[in-house]
Design a protein around this ligand. Structure first.
Ligand SMILES: *Cc1c(COP(=O)(O)O)cnc(C)c1O
Length: 389
């Protein structure tokens, strides 16, 4: 059975975006003398930002990805169980998770607190195992990581963890997408200083990384040995950053449905729950079977648009659990006509950055909230399959 509402996931676009980001950073970093190539840690947490982590991980493996990153051990285990073999970095704090998956499924955890270091060391020692991990420094975001300003106190104990091998040191920026915010530069300074302190304390690791999508675009000084884009790989540029012309990206996800009914509403009548909309003229309304249970934001009512027959039409009434209503008064439409909620139809396009602006959120939230009941239809050169993941 095929549901009329589905998310189209273009895996060729995903792979092309990966290669585009890769070429962009190789080109730029090769201009710097003696600079080793910058690797990409592809971020596929939260079900690959709603795109489906297994299909996305496989496509990124095909594209040659160096490392994948997810939020917690459970996400990593799911990827391994589906056959993903690329190294997987787990970002999240480990203190309350079951650590066993790290060992049974060959994941690379982040050590972000003395507590985590102790727990991992104990677990690795019991298993008589040398565990590869990354160390996280909190350079000012005040979330995960060892505080940059008291490494002298915290790191000596970590250094005694004989079963932990630190491959990398990393940090995360809080304000890379706020161009006038100086905290970004301050965090960079703290990170560089932390790397020096770590080295003085005898801490050794092979590489450093820091840049999410916005930092990657904003400043090549923070690329270090690897970058950690998420959003960019899905073809979305974090506003207000603007990509250089040489970095070409295509949106990976589009959201499509079909009109299931068309009806007339008389002047003075309401539409949907709560009477948020009252017709002021004879209005023709089309009902589209996609609602907030599919991830559509309730705030779209009255401010958002959809595409039908290549035209933009307003979303009116209320966003219901299973449906929205659109104003098609100006158009000749019938049940079965395609409706594009996100993506391109003929010459018109609705992009996610625009949609995020309508409702006052970030594109990340919209992608991640693509509902679990929405079918992901994967498009790639060698496969057109419908998979519910
Ligand atoms: C989510 C995340 C990223 C990727 O962020 P984007 O803005 O999507 O590029 C990178 N690093 C960490 C630690 C993250 O949590």
């Amino acid at each position: 059975m095929v549901s009329p509402t589905f998310a189209n996931i273009d895996l060729e676009a995903l792979k092309a975006n990966y290669l585009s980001v890769s070429e962009f950073i190789q080109r730029r970093s090769s201009k710097k003398l003696n600079k080793v190539p910058v690797n990409i840690i592809a971020v596929i947490k939260a079900n690959a930002y709603g795109h489906g982590s297994i299909a996305v991980a496989r496509a990124l493996e095909e594209a040659g990805s160096f490392m994948l990153a997810c939020a917690d051990i459970e996400e990593g285990v799911k990827l391994r169980e589906s056959g993903v073999r690329t190294p997987i970095l787990v970002f999240g704090a480990l203190s309350v998770s079951d650590l066993n998956g790290v060992f049974t499924h060959n994941l690379t955890p982040t050590v972000s607190s003395p507590f985590a270091a102790r727990a991992l060391q104990a677990a690795a020692e019991t298993r008589n195992f040398q565990l590869h991990c990354h160390l996280k420094i909190d350079t000012g975001m005040n979330r995960f990581g060892f505080r940059h300003d008291n490494l002298h106190q915290t790191i000596p104990e970590v250094l005694l963890s004989r079963n932990l091998i630190f491959d990398a040191v990393y940090t995360h920026f809080a304000t890379a997408d706020q161009l006038s915010n100086q905290i970004f530069e301050r965090q960079q300074k703290h990170f560089i200083a932390s790397i020096e302190v770590l080295s003085m304390l005898g801490f050794q690791s092979r590489f450093c990384h820091a840049a999410n999508s916005a930092s990657l675009l904003r400043d090549d000084q923070c690329w270090f040995d690897a970058v950690r884009p998420g959003l960019l790989l899905y073809g979305v540029v974090p506003p207000p950053l603007i990509p250089p012309p040489s970095l070409r990206l295509r949106p990976v996800m589009s959201l499509r449905s079909r009109i299931v009914a068309v009806k007339g509403v008389r002047p003075g009548e309401i539409l949907g729950y709560g009477g948020q909309f009252t017709a002021v003229r004879p209005t023709r309304v089309a009902i589209v079977p996609a609602g907030y249970a599919d991830g559509l934001d309730v705030r779209l009512a009255g401010v958002g648009f959809a595409l039908v027959r290549g035209c933009r039409v307003p979303i009116i009434g209320s966003v219901c659990m299973d449906s929205i209503t659109i104003d098609v008064t100006e158009l000749d439409v019938s049940p079965g006509d395609e409706v594009v909620i996100l993506g391109t139809q003929d010459d018109e396009h609705i992009d996610i950055v625009e949609m995020a602006k309508w409702i006052g959120t970030v594109p990340y939230e919209i992608l991640c909230r693509t509902g679990i009941r929405i079918e992901r239809v994967y498009k790639s050169d060698n496969l057109l399959s419908k998979v519910k993941l």
